[in-house]
Design a protein around this ligand. Structure first.
Ligand SMILES: [Zn+2]
Length: 341
């Protein structure tokens, strides 16, 4: 799996004053706005026409006449919403096309991404919701091809370094559960299987993982460790083998050595290139009895056997990916739905 970049700008939250007097947002306040949205004690001056066009929920909300005598700000009616102020600010910034939220160059941080998905879903702003989901899916894909193309770092969003320097995976799992985003769960859980069991059960942030997710990760972890054994099952002699005894011994040696390796669930999806690299490394520490038998004189299989091993490896790997949702007790890839109750 790609390494996760930990650099990040400070959280987008504005200073929270001690008193509860509503105050204007520094980031979303249009002088020509005609409605005030308020979340917590933060107010946003925006345009009802813009919001109503994007969101049927806002459109309905604005139909309700403003009762006489209710407070106004700069002559505009105030609509109180039961959202987190920071969420609403992110969602409005994204809605108004702020480059740091919906740009192709700048990336939103995880809080902004979560706000886009959460409020996009709640207010039926499909543009926000789908933009957020697309960024999430790019990092936690549904196909093996996309998984293999994952870059070494996050492309689609950034996240702040947490106090204990942990991955954002826990927060993203919680977000996916909260918003019923199923399609990203297999790849998310897959990432979480790289934690050791005691980490998973006892690390401080994991206490907030939904219980269902925790069970999925633990059972998936077992399945992957089993599948990992099959990945090198093709390292053996094939029918067209040109150096029979050597390939048999070499294959047996590799398989035995592979099983002795670290119990790393993610190795079940290791690419052929990486697998060969691991084998090379393994050979440096390979048990002396195999070397003595002369099987590793040339440190490799004959060409015919190597091709068969590669085919078998790719087949196993594809099967692992196809079965991945099942490993985590989820419905199959085609049945994972997003945003459904
Ligand atoms: Zn051979």
């Amino acid at each position: 799996m790609p390494k996760r970049r930990r650099t990040e700008e400070p959280a987008a939250q504005e200073d929270t004053p001690m008193d509860a007097t509503p105050r204007p947002s520094k980031k979303v306040w249009f002088e020509d706005g005609n409605i005030i949205l308020q979340a917590g004690n933060l107010q946003f001056k925006v345009h009802r026409g813009v919001l109503a066009k994007q969101s049927p929920v806002f459109a309905d909300l604005f139909q309700i006449p403003h009762p006489p005598g209710e407070p106004t700000v700069e002559g505009c009616p105030v609509v109180e919403l039961h959202d987190e102020a920071e969420d609403l600010e992110h969602a409005l910034l994204a809605l108004y096309g702020d480059a740091s939220h919906v740009g192709t160059k700048d990336k939103p941080n995880l809080s902004a991404l979560a706000a886009m998905i959460r409020l996009g879903r709640k207010y039926e702003i499909s543009y926000l919701r789908d933009e957020g989901l697309a960024r999430l899916k790019r990092e936690f894909p549904t196909t093996l091809e996309e998984y293999d193309r994952l870059p070494e770092e996050y492309l689609s969003f950034t996240y702040p370094e947490t106090q204990c320097g942990l991955d954002p995976i826990v927060d993203i799992i919680k977000l996916a559960h909260e918003c019923n985003v199923q399609s990203v769960l297999p790849a998310l859980y897959l990432q979480a299987t790289s934690w050791k069991l005691d980490e998973l059960l006892y690390r401080p942030d994991c206490s907030s993982i939904p219980f269902r997710a925790l069970c999925s990760i633990i059972s998936g972890r077992d399945e992957l460790l089993n599948a990992r054994k099959d990945l090198v099952s093709g390292f053996s002699q094939c029918d067209e083998c040109t150096t029979k005894e050597r390939c048999v011994l070499f294959g047996q040696g590799i398989q035995a050595q592979w099983l002795r390796g670290a119990p790393e669930p993610l190795l079940a999806l290791q690419t052929w290139t990486n697998c060969l690299e691991s084998v090379e490394k393994m050979l440096k520490h390979v048990s002396i009895d195999i070397v003595r038998k002369g099987a590793l004189d040339h440190m490799r299989l004959c060409r015919a056997c190597l091709l068969k091993a590669q085919e078998a490896h790719n087949r196993v790997r594809k099967d692992v990916w196809d079965e991945l949702p099942g490993y985590f007790k989820l419905p199959g890839w085609g049945e994972l739905k997003d945003f459904q109750e």
